[in-house]
Design a binder for this molecule. Structure first.
Ligand code: PMT
Length: 422
């Protein structure tokens, strides 16, 4: 438990999900954290200071200009006290204020005054989440050292369905705990968290700045005849999430995508392909022009039809047989280049996940492999969420179930650390 004995400042802003704040406090204290709560002016309409004081065991902080509070633990002391600042729920209004560096209440002032890592768990109506203004504000926030947790997709208090639900409190607490654990030497560092961040700030660069990353995503389609093909259930969400997060972390990205229903991210170069052979040549051409990191997230068909019919096959027979031949292994071919980039493969397994993932890591001579259990019906192919276990020859890290975008950021943070010592 990385949060053991750390000071977590929980900011609560004014949305319906604020009623979950006492439960979130319990989840955080359950992981060993000391929790103090800061309420935004409107959040007290949804949750009472008294209940938060009772569950946290600490006074609740509400006002920036409170002479009594400033005489005790004022806003600068509170900002210094925090090892972690978590805002949950974070409303669209709060996100807009953070994006523009406003400091018109205690919570937003603390965000500017602290050197602790900041996490936000948005909660809002799906249309408000999708609004151009909110997305533009999130894009600004993504340039900073602020980690987005969720939101999840599902039924909302207003009856709408879509993205904008706050993550479950247990997922928020565990994701913060995990993120802190992956910050090198932070949880057990003799430096306080604040000192650690002050050291980090000297570098002032994004973790993947200057790197060219080639990412494959989606399925491939192997033609049988002009109207039929063999494929799989990959939606491209995992690969596209990696591409978007990599750009936010400073990388230049080439996304080589099989056929998916997603909008091509405007922020990276996208090459659309159909078959495994197309993807193989697009990847090798691109990588050979210069690539620092190759991430093979696509679900590439292992076999293709030996003789693709030139015309639609007629159903004249009760049975038919297709002869399949093996496709080239794109990932293994990249890793076998004379000067290969850092190679990260994925392993989609239904059983013996660790065994097969480690076997692929070794056989394909990869630097790292991210394994997902695709037998589960809540993650993997075509789901919004995923969970990964990341293996290198020496290490193993579990990234818990979460939205693919948040997961992509955690995975790329691990990659960035390995690449810097590669
Ligand atoms: O697209 P989503 O719906 O978001 O789902 C995400 C995902 C489940 C597809 C993704 O997380 C994932 O697991 N991708 C890899 C799927 C896969 O094909 O795994 P594999 O174990 O069969 O292949 C191992 C690795 O070799 C993969 O990195 C694969 O891209 C690569 N490979 C496989 C065959 C081949 N001919 N060439 C390859 O490069």
């Amino acid at each position: 438990m990385a949060l053991q004995n750390l000071n977590v400042l929980l900011g609560v802003t004014g949305g319906i999900a604020a009623y979950k704040a006492p439960d979130l406090v319990r989840k955080l204290t359950g992981l060993g954290a000391n929790v103090r709560v800061v309420l935004s002016p409107s959040s007290a309409a949804f949750v009472t200071p008294l209940s938060l004081q009772a569950v946290s065991g600490n006074p609740v902080h509400q006002y920036l200009l409170d002479p009594e509070a400033e005489a005790g633990m004022g806003h600068i002391e509170l900002a210094r006290w925090a090892d972690v600042l978590l805002i949950a729920p974070a409303t669209a209004h709060c996100i807009a204020k953070l994006a523009h560096g406003m400091a018109d209440d205690l919570l937003t002032t603390l965000v500017l005054a602290t050197t602790a890592p900041v996490f936000i768990a948005p909660a809002m109506n799906q249309q408000m989440w999708a609004a151009q203004a909110t997305q533009a504000n999130l894009a600004i926030i993504a340039q900073r050292d602020i980690t987005l947790l969720g939101p999840a997709s599902g039924e909302q208090a207003c009856g709408d369905i879509g993205y904008g639900r706050m993550l479950e409190t247990i997922d928020i607490a565990e994701q913060v705990d995990h993120a802190i654990a992956t910050m090198p030497n932070v949880a057990n560092n003799p430096l306080t968290m604040s000192e650690h961040h002050a050291v980090d700030d000297h570098t002032n660069s994004l973790p993947l700045q200057g790197k060219h990353i080639v990412i494959t995503a989606g399925p491939t389609r192997e033609a049988i005849d002009p109207v039929r093909y063999i494929s799989n259930h990959s939606s491209g969400k995992m690969g596209y999430s990696l591409a978007m997060q990599a750009v936010e972390m400073g990388a230049t990205v080439t996304l080589i995508s099989g056929p998916v229903d997603l909008h091509a991210p405007a922020v990276c170069r996208v090459l659309q392909v159909q078959s495994a052979l197309d993807m193989h040549s697009a990847v090798l051409n691109t990588v050979n022009q210069g690539c620092d990191i190759f991430i093979a997230c696509a679900a590439v068909a292992d076999y293709r039809v030996a003789d693709v019919a030139a015309q639609k096959i007629k159903k004249d027979n009760d049975e038919m047989q297709l002869t399949l031949v093996k496709n080239p292994d794109i990932l293994a071919d990249v890793a076998a280049l004379p000067t290969p980039p850092f190679t990260l493969g994925f392993a989609a397994e239904t059983h013996d996940v660790e065994h097969y993932a480690r076997a692929k890591l070794t056989r394909k001579k990869l630097n790292m492999i991210a394994a997902n259990d695709v037998s589960r019906d809540d993650i993997g192919f075509n789901h919004s969420d995923n969970a990964l276990t990341v293996f290198t020859p020496e290490t193993q890290i579990s990234l818990p179930k979460q939205d693919k975008l948040a997961l992509a950021k955690q995975l790329l943070t691990i990659v960035a650390k390995h690449v810097s010592t590669h």
